[in-house]
Write a protein of this length. Structure first.
Length: 276
């Protein structure tokens, strides 16, 4: 034992001062490395397996989380797109109300009845909001109709395309007066009893004339798109397309004009107005 201790001390001293055992240590490390690798193999394999399982589980959880977030974001995006569209519609209505100048109230549609013989809509405003029978309604583009029935919470409006509805109009270009009647089609109005010689052309804008006291003057109603003059007939066949989005609007403007805001029931019945 003493001999081995002395030999060890001598070898360490020589190696520390003169580095004679560097090559021997390098060769020995090469021979011992496979043994070290085999000894560490079980531990390294276990660590790698645990890390793989943890990584796979983490990736699956992250993937599930991202899928959930994607679905939520898509749903919110659809909602935001709908809100953006609604915001644009409301902005148009507000712009229209600024142009109108009278007292107005925005109402939303609850239901629509576009039966060929009855064009009516149900609104979410009623008598407690000051709505009255005969009150005109418009959208951002033009006149839509008038209120025909009122309850405390809701109101029914007849559209201008209803077969029993008529609205006094005039040609904006020259003031020619007529009556625009509904014919049961959501896309057309008829202008009867206009002579063949009358100064009216395709593209003319029709606005409310104010006659009858129901609709205030100057509101856009329709634009003339079909005009047929038959020399054998006394009157021309004229059809105009409504400017209001009668089958697409989700919000409308209720309008108060003059002293109408103070009344709850008009003296005249809510039927179609007489021709001027």
């Amino acid at each position: 034992m003493a001999v081995l201790v002395i030999a060890s001390v001598v070898l360490m001293t020589l190696d520390h001062r003169q580095h004679h055992l560097e090559s021997f240590r390098s060769a020995l490390s090469v021979l011992i490395y496979p043994i070290q690798w085999l000894v560490d193999l079980p531990s390294n394999t276990t660590d790698w397996f645990q890390e793989s399982l943890a990584s796979r589980r983490s990736l699956q959880e992250e993937n599930d989380r991202l899928k959930t977030e994607q679905l939520l974001l898509k749903a919110e995006l659809q909602k935001y797109q709908s809100l953006q569209t609604e915001n644009q519609r409301l902005r148009k209505l507000l712009d229209s109300s600024f142009k109108v100048g009278e007292r107005v109230l925005i109402a939303e549609l609850l239901s629509v009845d576009l039966d060929p013989y009855r064009h009516e809509i149900l609104l979410n405003k009623g008598s407690r909001d000051g709505v009255y029978v005969g009150q005109p309604i418009v959208d951002a583009s033009g006149v839509m109709g008038q209120i025909t029935q009122v309850t405390p919470l809701t109101a029914t409006a007849m559209l201008i395309t209803d077969p029993s509805h008529a609205i006094p109009v005039q040609v904006d270009r020259n003031g020619l007066r007529s009556v625009a009647q509904g014919i049961g089609s959501i896309e057309w109005l008829s202008l009867p009893h206009i002579p063949n010689s009358a100064d009216i052309h395709e593209g003319d804008l029709l606005v409310t004339s104010g006659l009858g006291g129901r609709f205030p003057p100057g509101y856009p109603v329709a634009r003339v798109e079909r005009l047929q003059r038959d020399p054998g007939e006394a009157f021309a066949k004229i059809f105009a397309r409504p400017l209001a989005a009668l089958d697409r609007s989700r919000e409308v403007l209720l309008i108060w004009t003059g002293d109408s805001g103070q009344q709850t029931q008009p003296a005249a019945p809510p039927a179609a107005e007489p021709a001027p």
